[in-house]
Every structure is written in C-alpha cells, then in structure tokens.
Design a protein around this ligand. Sequence first.
Ligand code: UDP
Length: 237
Amino acid sequence: MKADLLYEGKAKRVYRAEGKPGQLVLSYKNDATAFNGEKKAQFDGKGRLNNEISSKIFTSLHSKGVETHFIERLNETEQLVHQTEIIPLEVVVRNIAAGSITKRLGFREKTLFEPPLVELFYKNDDLGDPLINDDHAKLLSDITDLELKQVKEKALLVNERLTTLFASMGIKLVDFKLEFGRKADGNIVLSDEISPDTCRLWDLETEQKLDKDVFRQGTGNLIEVYEEILKRLEGQS
Ligand code: UDP
C-alpha cells in the first residue's frame, strides 16, 4: 500500500499510496513531543490510538457534512487520505482558556470564550510557531482573504460539531488545533489529524485532563487517557 516516504513529522510519517495517484498513507508514530520538541518520549500504542481516534472523528465530521482529507483507516496505525499541500498555518479554536493563551495574554485558566476565539499561528518549528494575524498569514502562505474567512468559518463549524460529539461522551472541548491543505483542484480542505495530541479534552464532571497535557505536565498516563477517549468514542458509534 505504501510507496516512497515523502515526509516525516513529529507524530506521523507520510507516504505516497502505491497505485493511487493523489492519495497518501499517513502512518501514526508512537512518539510524543511537547514544547516544540524539547520534551520527547515514546508510548507503545499511541500511534494506534491516535489513528483510531482521528479516523473516528473525521468519519463523524463527514457524517455531519464537513469535508476532510480522510478516506479510510487501513490498519492499526495507518490511514489513507487525499493528498493536499499543507498551508503553513495552525488554526486554533478556543472555548475555554488554557495553555499558551494564559501565559501570553494573561487570561485566567478556565475563562470562557463566548463566542469561541480563533487564533492563527505560523507553522514553523524554527520560529516556535508564532501567533500571527491575517495580514501575516497572507504574506507567509498563498492563502487569500476570502479563503482565510472560509477557513475560520470552517474551524468554527468543526468546533460546533466536535463540541456536540464530545459533550455526548461527557467531555468538554477546551481548545484544538486544525491544519488545512490545498487539493490539486485548488480547493482548501481540513487535513492533518484531530486527536488528544491536538485537542484539550476535560472530563465534564471531574475536569480530569484526557489529552496530551498529561504528558506535557507529567501528571498522568498518556496511554490510559487516550484509551479512555477511544472507549468513549466507541460508545458513540
Ligand atoms: N496544538 C497543537 N500543536 C501545536 C500547538 C498547539 O496541536 O503545535 C494544540 C494544543 O494541543 C491545544 C491547542 O492547540 O489543544 C492550543 O494550544 P496552545 O496554543 O495552548 O499551545 P500549548 O500550550 O499546547 O503550547
């Protein structure tokens, strides 16, 4: 199924799909990184869990009319996707203040953002993924004004759909990061992954953290909380 390796990132490898032009195989790794790669570890089973979780979330989004690059899960750690050229922007949606925004702008943790806040970061490890505005985004990528507006609308729509999905699993969607890619026909589509690596997920009742913060902060067992997310997602389907 896999042909040549095109790219290796911190959490996934990207291969050309054998005999399927315009399609890629994403292979999820067991590596976890935080603080721009300064903290690193390996967790047996993480690749399988994120592959399954991300596949279920993209499938749920498809059923609610949101287009993504996802085609199908192939096996434990791999999925087939449409090839896109990733736009070097990280689109973060925040419902509740946590993480970098508490340090950068002094929002008290758990401040509610109503309506949800959308932020753009420049996807560039050497620069530490800095926060940018729309004008920077247009200079740093090939995105147009209209496309930026559409990307933000899509991010907010994904937030609505995922907030509902996670609420039905007894989970608060605190924030998450999306990436978008350009298809061969020029259209922009939701790409990359949606998993506990890229979302902050808190138990609705206990506020227990069920995401990568347990690794970032060294406060829990990453595999156990990712298993919990998968178990609750399976209860939905
Ligand atoms: N995030 C991500 N990749 C990044 C940076 C952030 O997936 O390179 C996610 C992160 O998991 C969280 C949201 O985006 O769900 C907001 O992250 P934040 O800006 O608070 O940064 P952090 O505190 O994680 O450095």
